[in-house]
Structure formats: C-alpha cells, structure tokens
Design a protein around this ligand. Structure first.
Ligand SMILES: Cc1cc2nc3c(=O)[nH]c(=O)nc-3n(C[C@H](O)[C@H](O)[C@H](O)COP(=O)(O)OP(=O)(O)OC[C@H]3O[C@@H](n4cnc5c(N)ncnc54)[C@H](O)[C@@H]3O)c2cc1C
Length: 555
C-alpha cells in the first residue's frame, strides 16, 4: 500500500537537462505561442490540440515526462525543476499551462495514493499514450468545501466481495474535461470520500460544453456527468475507501506551489511587457521608463514582491525535495502571495500601457484576464488566508506566542552578518506580526473572520520577507534569478521594508478596529519608530532597481 505523502527525497534533473528543457520550452513558445496565435485562439475560445500534443511529445517539448517519476518511464523532475518549467510555460500562456498542470494534478491522486500496481498501470499508460488527465473534484455545491461532495460511488458486490463501484453524480469546472484520456474522480463511498480512476469512453461518463470563460480560454473546461458509471474495484485509488480527502490534502503543498509558479510566470510577463513598452513610449517628451510614477509606483514594488515569491517558492521546493512531508501551509502562503501579486502586477501593466492596455491588440489585456484564475482554483484567496491563519495561529500558541519572535531573532543574526540583505526590516515585520497576534489573542479578536483573514495575509508578507533575506544573503543566487547581485538584494530590502510597514500599520489598525473602543497598545509608538527607521534608503534602492531593470529586460 502506498503512503499518502511525497515522503521520499527527490534528486531531480541535472542542471544541464533542466537548462535544455527550459530552452526547449522557450524556443517552442517563441515560435508557436506568438501573441497573434494566442489572441486568435482566445477570441475563438479554442483549446489548441496541436500545441498540447507538441508539448507532450517526447520528440518535441517532452513536458509530460518531466513530471513523471523515472520508475514509471519519465524524467523524474523535482519540485524545484517543475516550478521552473511551469513558470517558463506560464510566461507564454496561462491557459495552455493550466491544461498541462491539470494533467500533472490529475495524476497526483494515483502517484500519492495508488498501489504500486495502479501506478505502474495508469502512470505507465499516461506516459505511453501522452493523453491529457482531468482531476475531477469540484461540484456545483462543493468547491471550497469538498465535504459537501454529492457524487456517490455505490459498492457492487459478488457475494461478500466488492467487485466494483457504480458512480452517479456530476462535476463542474473540470480542466481537460472534454479532452482527457484518463480521469481521476472524487466520490463519496461507503467508508468516506475516495478517488477513482477511469478512462475516456467508460460507459456513462460524458462531458458538457467547453465553458465560455473570462480568461485562460485556451484551456478546455467542462462539466462532467456520471450516470451509472461502473468501474472495477481495482480502480479505487489505494484500494481502501475513505482516503480521498487525505490524498487530496497531501499534495496541496506541492500543487499550490505550482499555481504560485504559474502566477510568477504570468505576473512577470505582464511586468516585462510594461517595462519594454515604457522604453519606447514618450510622455512629456521623455520615455515613460524615466518617470518615477511608472517605475516606483507601478513596477518596482511588484517586481520585488514577485522575486520574494520566487525566493519563497524555491525555499519550499527544496524542503519538499528533501523529503519533508505536507507543507500545505507553505504551499498556501506561496500561492496566496504570488497570485494576488501577479494580479496586481497585470493590472498595473494595463495601467502603464494607458489606452493601449485596454484593447486586445496588446498582450497585457489577456494576461490580466488569464491571471485572475490563480486566485480562484486550488483554493481561493480567502480560503487560503484562513488556512494560513489557522495553522500558524496554532503554531504560535504552541510556541507560547514566540513563533515569529524566533524568526525575528534569526533575522537579527542574519543582519549582523550581512547588513545588506534587508534582514533588519524583516525582523521588524516579524516582530510586528508577533505583537499583532498577541494582541488579537489577548483581546479575543479572532472570532471575527476578517481578522483571521487579514492575519493570514500579513503572515504571507512576513514569511516571504524572511525567505527573501535568507536567499539574498547567499553567496550564489539561484539560476532562476536574472538580475545582478546588487539589484536582487535591493529588491529583498524593498520587499522587507514594505512587509514591515504593512504589518506595523495594518496590524495596529486591525487591533484598533476590532478591539474595544479606545483600547491602545503602548508598544505601538516604539513599533512605529522601529518601522520608520528601517525605511531609510527605500527610494535609493528603487532608483537602483529602476536603473538596472531595462538592462535585464531589453526592448
Ligand atoms: C477555469 C477553472 C478551472 C478549474 N479546474 C478545476 C479542475 O480541473 N478540477 C477541479 O476539481 N476543480 C476545478 N476548478 C474549480 C475550482 O477549484 C473552484 O472553482 C474553487 O475551488 C472555488 O470553488 P467554487 O467555485 O465552488 O467557489 P465557492 O467555494 O463557492 O466560493 C465562492 C466565494 O466564497 C468564498 N469562500 C469559500 N469558503 C469560504 C469561507 N469558509 N469563508 C469565507 N469565504 C469563503 C470564496 O473565497 C469565494 O470568494 C476550476 C475552476 C475554474 C474557474
């Protein structure tokens, strides 16, 4: 029986193979995923079968085999490899990336919860046929709340032996629903919710029409109908009923990291378009790129935050690849911050383009529509805020209110060793968070859902600031970082300062707003002072980033 976790160490691809894979994706994208082709498919609401076929084809882009473990005929990419691959593809089109990701996601219940025989059979089949896979969890009444699942799997008995299951029900918003060769379906069985695997063409399994969506229109999304669908008992994933929710939960650390990587790619793509445009667009007779209203307002805070997301994604990927289990909260932090940041970045890119940003002829309009989905699927932003809050709140209680103080002390030590990474500001952010959590606890403010959600959001800022400082203090930065050392470290400082001022300001406003009228916290004055102190040098750092961005992102 398989464990329901990804508990083994994953070595992943060697650096040369990863570079080759990324170059292949970029070369294919530049040739075939041109803006003209994408905007035409977007207008027609068409999922491009030829492109997806090329992406999976082992002789062409071979993207499917990157995620399949070597034992089942793939290249066995690690989380770190896959984040790079997903980000690279998302820079071209988020709909196409969603389709590929859904195939990864659809395989996960089998990889995580399947028996060895099931893995061999189904993963082997997917690898051999390079078919799409669909992950069928959501229903009309069960999206964020999967406990409301209504699709049923009734046992079919032969004497006292279960020989199979009959499934009845329906699924909604299923990516690859109309084009998949293999489906993993979550249904309620006698002993609880379970995953079942089935093939296209199984009698009774049909899909509805491809949805007319706001964005990611190149990905196929349909409802699924299950009417008296019979599957043999061996198609129950793991061959034990009632493990479905645990199996779904077990991969959230990793799958949400992948959605964060998609947001990272799309958000960066939007900003890159805006940066290039600013180099040729004249306002008041000079390039837009020379105006602080463009660089310091619309671009740099978001460049810094996206790079903070990168640092966080890489830190969590390494932990997953090292064999740490779960990390669902870390996955939620990464997805929440990256998707919300990418949305703001894409919105700002439209703003930077002015009227040109508002028409379909220019790429940022489509990116903005596409990227919105990253705040909805694999856990909505609100659900993730609650997830992050609940888990970290408990950790903090277990640590007697010192959970974030300990990370602040780590940042103090980092700052003493390396004053240029931004760790002093990160320490202020973490202490402000710790103080806010304490005040919320003492004043019993978390019966307000909005307080829990806001705390969830602030936690993302604090944790990402710490991760960015750790990465920025390294001698050698990740290969994914395209900036020189000074510029990237300036981004880390900018993000840490922003986290400090946001948590200090919003944290005390939150406590004041939810607490009793007139209640003040005597520590606030000192905290505001500490926060103001670490803001020194912020404009100079933004100037530095503004100067170096165009050299990295050429017109
Ligand atoms: C394009 C697309 C592709 C998708 N692909 C797939 C797929 O391949 N497979 C699959 O299984 N699903 C898929 N989904 C479904 C997706 O995961 C769900 O839409 C998502 O989980 C949200 O569920 P919902 O739509 O039912 O919204 P709801 O859960 O009804 O949410 C509605 C609102 O309520 C909020 N909310 C929810 N719970 C709470 C709470 N406890 N407190 C406060 N606010 C709350 C949400 O944040 C949201 O703002 C896809 C969806 C889309 C749009």
């Amino acid at each position: 029986m398989s464990d329901t976790t990804r508990s083994k160490e994953v070595v992943g691809m060697d650096a040369e193979t990863l570079t080759l894979a990324l170059e292949t994706i970029r070369e294919y994208g530049r040739k075939h995923l041109t803006h003209e082709r994408l905007i035409e498919l977007d207008a027609k609401n068409e999922c491009p079968g030829d492109i997806l076929k090329d992406l999976y084809d082992p002789e062409k882009v071979a993207i499917m085999s990157l995620m399949i473990p070597e034992a089942y005929g793939g290249m066995g990419g690690s989380s770190l490899d896959l984040y790079r691959v997903v980000e690279a593809l998302a820079r071209f089109d988020l709909g196409v990336t969603t389709s590929v990701f859904a195939t990864y996601l659809g395989m996960d219940p089998i990889l995580v919860g399947g028996t060895e025989a099931q893995k061999k059979k189904w993963i082997g089949k997917i690898a051999d046929t390079q078919c799409h896979v669909a992950y069928g969890a959501t229903e009309a009444a069960a999206g964020s709340d999967l406990l409301r699942l209504q699709t049923r799997a009734e046992r079919v008995m032969e004497g006292d032996k279960v020989i199979g299951y009959t499934l009845n029900g329906g699924k909604m918003w299923i990516t690859n629903g109309g084009i998949a060769g293999v489906y993993t379906i979550l249904a309620r069985s006698a002993k609880g919710v379970s995953w079942f695997v089935m093939e296209k063409g199984t009698p009774g399994l049909t899909s509805g029409k491809h949805e007319d969506k706001h964005g990611i229109r190149l990905s196929d999304t349909t409802p699924l109908y299950l009417k008296d669908v019979f599957v043999p008992a061996e198609n129950l994933i793991g061959e034990v009923e009632g493990k479905g929710l645990r199996q779904a939960q077990a991969v959230f650390g990793y799958t949400r990291l992948m959605v964060a990587s998609m947001a990272l790619g799309a958000g960066w793509q939007a900003l890159e378009h805006a940066i290039r445009y600013s180099q040729v667009r004249l306002v008041g007779g000079i390039p837009l790129s020379n105006k602080q209203g463009f660089t310091h307002k619309l671009i740099i805070p978001f460049v810094a935050r996206l790079e903070a997301c990168r640092a966080y994604i890489e830190e969590v990927s390494r932990r997953l690849d090292g064999g740490e289990v779960g990390l669902q909260t870390e996955g939620a932090v990464a997805k929440l911050l990256a998707s919300e940041t990418a949305n703001r970045a894409a919105d700002n890119a439209i703003q930077a383009y002015g009227g040109n940003g508002y028409v379909r002829e220019f790429p940022v309009e489509k990116i903005k529509r596409d990227v919105k989905i990253t705040c909805i699927y694999e856990g909505t932003s609100e659900v993730l805020e609650l997830t992050v809050f609940r888990e970290r709140w408990q950790h903090n209680l277990n640590a007697e209110g010192r959970y974030y103080d300990k990370t602040a002390e780590e940042m103090d030590a980092l700052h003493a060793k390396d004053p240029g990474a931004g760790a002093a500001a990160a320490a202020v952010a973490l202490r402000a968070l710790s103080r806010t959590l304490k005040a919320c606890h003492e004043q019993k403010l978390t019966h307000n859902q909005i307080v829990m959600m806001k705390l969830g959001e602030l936690i993302c800022y604090a944790e990402s600031a710490a991760a960015f400082c750790r990465a920025a203090a390294q001698e050698k930065h990740s290969d994914a970082v395209v900036f020189d050392r000074d510029t990237w470290r300036a981004m880390s400082r900018i993000h840490a300062r922003h986290a400090a001022s946001r948590i200090t300001g919003e944290g005390s406003a939150l406590v004041a707003g939810a607490g009793e009228a007139g209640a003040t916290n005597p520590a606030e004055g000192l905290a505001a002072e500490a926060c103001a102190k670490v803001q020194a040098g912020d404009i100079a750092d933004m100037d530095l980033v503004a100067k170096n961005l165009p050299a990295t992102i050429k017109a």
